[in-house]
Design a protein around this ligand. Sequence first.
Ligand code: PLP
Length: 366
Amino acid sequence: MKNEHVTVLEIDQKAVLHNLNYFKQKLAANTKILVVVKAFGYGTTSVAIAKIVQDHVSYFAVAYASEGIALREAGISTPILVLHPQIDNLESIIRYKLEPNLYTFRILDAFLELADKKPLLHYPIHLKFNTGLNRLGFSHEDIPAILAAIKKSNNIKVQSLFSHLAASEDANEHEFTIGQINNFAYIVQQMYKHLGYQPMLHILNTSGIVNYAKAQFDMVRLGIGLYGFGNDPKETAQLKSILTLKSVISQINTIGPGETIGYNRAFVASRPTKSATIPIGHADGISRKLGNKKGVVFVNGQPAAILGNVCMDMIMVDVSKVPCREGDEVIIFHTQEQVEYMAQQCETISYEILTALSQRIRRVVV
Ligand SMILES: *Cc1c(COP(=O)(O)O)cnc(C)c1O
């Protein structure tokens, strides 16, 4: 079914490529780039982002198998790393030529068994090591058992060894991060020594590229930076905003003193108030924390605060001093600063504002 919703998230193709090139120029010419498009491309839309950058990158990564399948079904043929596979998904991972991260013996053994049963030949797999995030990955103590499990198998080929940094954006954790990188280097040394070949290596995410470029190894995993956010105002200033979230005014109401707006009558007018109703609500990712003037939108270039509670499908905003008519365009956000302001008002980070944008919002590439 065609989405004809008036609330639209525009994705600026040129800005995406600008951001990709910004990170590229921080890296050696032969360092590969993996673009992370998990969670619908951080809430934007994974297929559109993948199509924009596919000719310039070596890999994509998704969290779950279904996200990789969506890319394959859209015709994306670039290698795709599935960061967080489950045993139930291993069959479809193979069917769609996705490459699993095998992060614990339960998953590794299940995959090896399946690979033997098929049988597969030199199927690319990735091994993740935990160096301090304590989320997913093998420990360095697992190396002998990993080697014992994989060395006798022709069914798989270790395409990469990788790890993930816990605090790459945090200067106060510099020592910890260097410790993670050194731990990874030690693990790699052990694996290389006994494996007989040298898989690709990668540990850096966006802030890792910014702060620890020396540890770029063979590939980096670029996520939030591609979407315009550098986890640091100086970095973000170098990036372009790739997103414009916009809508239109559905209706304008004018109320008198003592009258109220919205559920629970949360806004009470103390003077004549003109409000505009906009078709975007908490089901679309506009947090209820932005109600009661915590959040603003922009109508004809002027800020308009959210009045009362955010509804599921709508917000009402204060246009008492803004010349406007029903049908006029409303910008929810256009700049990274506006997204960061929303994040701050919601006590969260830009990542969550983006990934909360619902699939109901129409996506358009411009
Ligand atoms: C999400 C994710 C990334 C991307 O991180 P950014 O901070 O968005 O660049 C990289 N690696 C792994 C393992 C991830 O889960």
